[in-house]
Design a protein around this ligand. Structure first.
Ligand code: AMP
Ligand code: MG
Length: 269
């Protein structure tokens, strides 16, 4: 298990993205091959914990994943949850809202996708887009998105007080790494489908997005729903960090199998 404390945004302090190294591999001495191999036992531990959460069926876990384009949200889900029983896990991606979604408050589409007892739900993007892309692309006036920081803190408090553990990850890549990843999407035929010309517009707004993330992470990392900034230039290290934090979170939840029914004398013919 990695020491993940450096990646927590301590509530009440600045996220300070500028001082965080997206290329960090602190606490892991091996190379990429060893890093990939190290994930296997983590996968097994996560799977065992999820089985207990599912069996207990009294609490739930919400995982929020945010990142710049090419930041690795899809890959994180694929690798970190390998081997976990799909029956107890849901993934929801939040793209640009539909007309129907826009006809409601911005949390409506999010709240209805939150996990049920026993489940782990992963948000691939989330309500945070409503203070990120909405801010950077000026889709709403400042007074509107600025109010949302308070809504979001209270919304997450509601979820936590009603039995959901909330853990949030910002997958932190460098601008150079994003260039390399976009270029390989262009160059490799099996990655081309992922290339979105609109990502180039967002890339031009890199600094604005970083500023928006900086404020969002700073204002919404709370004791009840903390943010982690995950060094994500190395995919294998990113996976180890996310997996470690999820394992620690579930170990703290310590889900229990339900009490065994009294089966004395029961015979299977
Ligand atoms: P992808 O994750 O590549 O499928 O892209 C989803 C797109 O939807 C991203 O460009 C997001 O910025 C955009 N998106 C997600 N949520 C919102 C929102 N609330 N308002 C506007 N755009 C959004
Ligand atoms: Mg995009």
């Amino acid at each position: 298990m990695l020491d993940t404390k450096p990646y927590l945004v301590i509530p009440g302090t600045a996220a300070d993205l500028g001082s965080r190294d997206p290329g960090s591999r602190q606490g892991f001495d091996g190379d990429k091959t060893e890093g990939k191999a190290a994930l296997r036992p983590f996968n097994a531990r996560l799977a065992a914990l999820q089985t207990r959460l599912w069996a207990e069926s009294e609490r739930k876990l919400l995982v929020v994943l945010q990142a710049m384009d090419t930041g690795g949200k899809d890959g994180t889900i694929r690798h970190v949850f390998r081997g976990v029983n799909p029956q107890g896990v849901r993934v929801w991606g939040f793209g640009a809202p539909s007309e129907r979604e826009l006809a409601h408050d911005y949390l409506w589409r999010v709240h209805r996708r939150t996990p049920e007892n026993g489940e782990i739900t992963i948000f691939n993007r989330s309500h945070y887009e409503d203070v990120l892309v909405v801010r950077v692309k000026r889709l709403a006036p400042e007074e509107t998105w600025r109010r949302r920081f308070g809504h979001i803190v209270e919304f997450e408090r509601l979820l936590v007080e009603e039995g959901t553990t909330v853990v949030k990850f910002f997958l932190h890549i460098s601008k150079e790494e994003q260039r390399d990843r976009l270029q390989s999407r262009l160059a490799e035929s099996d990655k081309r489908w992922k290339f979105n010309v609109a990502d180039l517009d967002d890339r031009k707004l890199w600094d604005d997005y970083i500023a928006a993330y900086e404020e969002a992470l700073t204002l919404t990392s709370t004791e009840h729903a903390p943010w982690h900034v995950v060094p994500a230039d190395r995919k294998w290290y990113r996976n180890l960090v996310v997996s470690s934090i999820l394992i620690q979170t579930l170990e703290e939840m310590d889900p229990r199998y339900p009490p065994e029914p009294d089966l004395d004398g029961v015979v299977v013919e």
